[in-house]
Design a protein around this ligand. Structure first.
Ligand code: PEP
Ligand code: MG
Length: 575
């Protein structure tokens, strides 16, 4: 025998062949696990276009959330909601999305943006919802006011049907033929195969997932905000929630209450706004703790800059100027909002008043959130549940920040506990998402009962790359020049960011033996990064619900002896 090569095969064939070889007793189940990949599983989990039937792409962008979808192009959230309510399938097209676009994203089949990278708002939120997303499609010129975009010399007006391939990062004009995913149906129904398991791809996936779960050391949790997401994550095999981003609970109708909190001129006004938010937050937490009953739920205190909850500065200014020019009295509320937006404007909001800094400077905010968590725990316990809430503090730079917040958290927990007559014990931990935190992890571990790496921000701040801008702006040039082979926002940069992770793991555990450590940045669902987190000794990875099966599979593959893992599709090539 002069030469052998790994046979090229589709993802479907890779799973089916591996499973059949086990049936024929030619390989072990562990070897079968080594012969498939998370990338292959991801390809099987989502609908795709019949590639033989699609023509040339209209534009390309970053494949930010996999799958394929067809719908009429719409240019704002309200239009997406309006058309979807009539049963029409729509694709939300924006320059970039903000929290305001959430209803439109929920209503749409897919999201397409001309700006932003894999960790931009559109990408992260779409992945969380399992919604198709292509972002940073720079060939697109989106004109929201005229309700159209141009690409490749063509103008696409509102209502025109387009097809979006979130796995390939391509956009097509017209309706491309869709092929549904039986594997997604299998996971959606809680991982129960039907029919003859050896004959179907679902049977093969089931057998290999069982093997992965048997051998993996890493736990797999999900990033989820709603009870529905939490329940889906559980069906997909998540063993808890690693990140509940509470800012997502402050949108919609609640924006008004957040606005009132920000605009408050007196302590009494602010307290009133916080008091109004409290029961709403508590109900959110009750729902999510119920969906994850008996499993850990890591709830992160508010993280983003507050001005994200206020309307756009330019839009407000234009509205006020238009009123003035038209001779009418400018809206007093708009004027007040503009004043607040101007006051809070930051040149670098991602490095500004956010994360733990918010809790330290906005009186009552941390206390309100912690009280909502503690009261939700009490309510669930009274209902006979087994709530396991964990409180996580974002964007810590120094142990001093955590010490102050933790004292406040414990005070509130003790108060709620005393009033209810029910013990409320929530571990308090922190995200490690700034280089300084990673480098001083030994000191931070003195105050933290767990760590969770926020590798989105850690990548942003270690490289000095804006997570919202650089991927679309110049990563293709960097990739062409071979500066890196894959975006560090997609796959963890082992040499730099990974080194910080390893330092923090070693120093954190040296200071607090047994410290529980996870990751909740987008890397938690990336196959190659899962292997790194396994090697680095983390306890769990946390990723969006739709990536949970991929993370389970890759965590299993990471635990295989090297000889078996080497046979994978991922590492295939001439040997
Ligand atoms: C992170 O920074 O990796 C993280 C999980 O937090 P967010 O993406 O919400 O900033
Ligand atoms: Mg972060």
């Amino acid at each position: 025998m002069l030469q052998t090569r790994v046979g090229k095969r589709t993802a479907e064939a890779a799973f089916a062949i591996a499973s059949e070889l086990v049936d024929e007793e030619l390989i072990t189940p562990a070897e079968a696990l080594g012969r498939v990949s998370g990338d292959g599983l991801a390809r099987l989990m989502f609908p795709r276009f019949d590639t033989a039937a699609v023509g040339a792409a209209l534009a390309h962008g970053i494949p930010a959330s996999p799958g394929a979808a067809v719908g009429a192009a719409v240019f704002d959230s309200a239009e997406a909601v309006r058309r979807a309510a009539t049963g029409e399938k729509v694709v939300l097209v924006r320059q970039e999305t903000t929290p305001d676009d959430l209803p439109g994203m929920v209503a749409a089949q897919a999201v397409l943006t001309s700006r932003g990278g894999k960790t931009s708002h559109a990408a992260v939120v779409a992945r969380g919802m399992g919604k198709v997303c292509v972002c940073g499609a720079e060939e697109l010129t989106v004109d929201t006011r005229a309700r159209r975009f141009t690409a490749d010399g063509m103008t696409v007006t509102e209502g025109t049907v387009i097809s979006v391939d979130g796995s390939a990062g391509a956009v097509y004009l017209g309706a491309a033929p869709l092929i549904d995913s039986v594997v997604m149906r299998y996971f959606e129904t809680g991982g129960q195969p039907s029919g003859d398991r050896s004959q179907t791809v679902v049977g093969a996936v089931h057998r290999i997932m069982e093997q992965a779960d048997t051998v993996r050391r890493l736990g797999v949790r999900a990033n989820a905000v709603t009870p529905e997401d939490a329940a889906r994550a559980r069906r997909f095999g998540a063993e808890g929630i690693g990140l509940c981003r509470t800012e997502h609970m402050f949108l919609g109708d609640r924006r008004r209450l957040v606005e009132a909190m920000i605009l408050a001129r007196t302590d009494a006004d602010r307290d009133r706004a916080l008091d109004a938010l409290l029961p709403l937050q508590r109900q959110d937490f009750v729902g999510i703790l119920q969906a994850m009953d008996g499993l850990p739920v890591t709830i992160r205190l508010l993280d983003p800059p507050l001005h994200e909850f206020l309307p756009d500065r330019t839009e407000l200014a234009v509205r006020l100027a238009a009123a003035e020019a038209g001779g009418s009295t400018p809206d007093a509320h708009d004027a007040e909002l503009l004043e607040a937006v101007n006051r809070m404007h930051e040149e670098n909001p991602m490095l500004g008043l956010r994360g733990v800094r918010l809790g330290l400077v906005v009186p009552g905010l941390t206390a309100m959130q912690v009280r909502a968590i503690a009261e939700a725990v009490v309510e669930r316990k009274r209902a006979g549940g087994d709530p396991k809430a964990e409180i996580m503090v974002p964007l810590i730079d120094t142990v001093e920040e955590l010490r102050i917040v933790r004292a406040e958290v414990e005070q509130v927990l003790a108060n709620v506990s005393a009033v209810a007559g029910i013990p409320v014990e929530c571990p308090v931990g922190t995200m490690i998402e700034l280089p300084r935190a990673a480098l001083t992890a030994g000191r931070i571990a003195q105050e933290a009962e767990f760590f969770s790496f926020g590798t989105n921000d850690l990548t942003q701040t270690t490289w000095g790359f804006s997570r919202d801008d650089v991927e679309a702006a110049f990563f293709s040039a960097y990739l062409d020049k071979g500066i890196f082979k894959v975006s560090p926002f997609e796959t963890i940069d082992r040499e730099g960011v990974g080194r910080l992770v390893k330092i923090a793991v070693a120093e954190g555990r040296a200071a607090r033996p047994g410290l529980k450590i996870g990751v909740c940045g987008e890397h938690g669902g990336d196959p190659a990064s899962v292997h790194f987190f396994h090697d680095a000794g983390l306890d769990y990875v946390s990723c969006s619900p739709f990536r949970v099966p991929v993370a389970r599979l890759e965590a299993g593959r990471a635990a295989l002896p090297q000889t078996q893992a080497d046979q994978s599709e991922r590492t295939s090539g001439a040997h």
